[in-house]
Design a protein. Sequence first.
Length: 569
Amino acid sequence: MKMTGARVVVECLIEQGVDTVFGYPGGAILNIYDELYKNSERIRHILTAHEQGASHAADGYARSTGQVGVVMATSGPGATNLVTGIATAYMDSVPMVAITCNVGTSLLGKDSFQEVDITGVTMPITKHNYIVRDVKNLASTIREAFIIAKSGRPGPVLIDIPKDITAAQVEYEPLPPGTKPSLSDMFDSASIRRIVKTEEPADELIQQAAKLINAAERPVIYCGGGVVISGAEQELYALAKKANIPVCVTLMAKAAFPATDELCTGMVGMHGTKASNTAVSKSDLLLAIGARFSDRVISDPKRFAKNSKVFQIDIDPAEIGKNIPVAGSAVGNIKSILQRLLPLVEEKQAGKWNEQVNEWKQSVPPSWKTAKNMHPRVLCEYVHEKLGDDTIITTEVGQHQMWVAEFYPFTKPRTLLTSGGLGTMGYGTGAAIGAQIGNPGRHVVHFAGDGSFRMNCNELATISHYNLPIVIIVVNNGTLGMVRQWQNLFYGGRYSQTTLDFAPDFVKLADAYGIRGFRATNEAEFKQAFDNAVSERKPALIDCQIELNEMVLPMVPGGKPIDELIMEV
């Protein structure tokens, strides 16, 4: 049947199972928005206050549901406003398709009004990107984009469509009902290997991993976000329990292994626990699963797990040995690798190594035990106590993010949405919107620092308009807390441009958007405010006043070995 390119976009999205897109309209993308209007009963559009908020919402939707998130923006500044969100998704391997529309093909390359080479801009931060210059290629391009976004190591894909292509007529052939195109339908074998970047590892590599595990006396599992992406939480749990191996987690894997399990040692790295950092440093085998050895984990690469054999399991061959030399590796889907590995691993009882690790787990910063009024630990523990394990938690970036990682007892996958690789202040409010849209029956609680929240509080308009029952907890210490902490410890207390004594009244700001606002200056006020917010199932904001100089501890100073932690100041 004949239809416009704009209609093809909508039909292909519906064909891919997309029921929700996030975005912001503009001149170059008007044809697509006209089709969205005509098809509003078939596909829902969520209008955010800013394109960056839309990109983070698509990201949060994808992380919380496991589906591909979709975001749309117009040309020029609309497209460039997506860049931070695309980069955030790229760094954390989030499947997302961004659709932008550019000026007409005859105007490309002429510095036309609102023209930007967005494919050139996003080349380093997308898994793949396209500019569609022929409407005949539009449908196949969209289908390819979705396959690429979710295949192998997931990531964002951008499709740029000149405006005249959205207006052009083309003969559209829908896929037969129930048909899903595969990589082999679109690409040759060499291209498939380039896109997926992996094949299943040989049996010899799985056997090597099993031998190392069975021979190890002090093994540690180093668990990364790839475990969540591949849905391998059950396999990881079975492996750890069968061989009684302590498990440390990265920030992106906080929800991959139950924090309440006796084998969990908590987060590893710069703000890792004494147990995790010491166990890794003393281990004789480090089994890295879906983790990329980022600088925030390893600190000094020459002194990281220096007495340990490292076996790395990952879907991306580019990550193998990139930052830390390995004794062996298996490249492929983590879930299937662990399924093959599990029968080869010998069952072991807890021994002296487990006893030693449990002893280290008792060593925590004094501030954890002597929490002052309104300590972040109180906030995290009460939210979990009130709402339970199914609650989706989103964060911004900074001290509050690390406090959530330290104190919130995550037990289920896809319940923590946070920017790990890029560290994007301004990420969390949009992500909370996407998570709530994708999971309408679940509670979504957003922890935000006052500095981060100033960067995206315009999205209160979106939350209010769609009446999303998100509870926002502003951890308000009147400063850019993490930067101030570094200034305090390493810059002689010179607080250059980190004091936020000109912040808005967040309660009044919430009220301006029609959102119920609460102020909490002590534990009792917080609990009452949170109880009220949750019971109403409407948007709410709680401004929590906390101590200016509260610190995130433990902390490893930059460049130091990870077992040299600052536990108190």
